[in-house]
Design a protein around this ligand. Structure first.
Ligand SMILES: [Zn+2]
Length: 55
């Protein structure tokens, strides 16, 4: 079922795509995270792809 509400779609895409990736182990972390949840590495990069991923 396609999502028709643009506001809900925006929230869903944000939840899927906006996250931080650990430089060390590559695992995903919360956008608000300051350290990696696995290896405690403080160097996180932002994953923020262009919107339009359809799944
Ligand atoms: Zn890590």
């Amino acid at each position: 079922m396609p999502i028709t509400d643009p506001e809900k779609k925006r929230i869903a895409q944000t939840a899927r795509l906006v996250m931080k990736i650990c430089f060390n182990c590559g695992c995903r972390n919360d956008i608000n995270a300051t350290r990696c949840r696995k290896c405690r590495n403080p160097y996180l990069r932002l994953k923020n792809r262009a919107l339009g991923v359809k799944k």
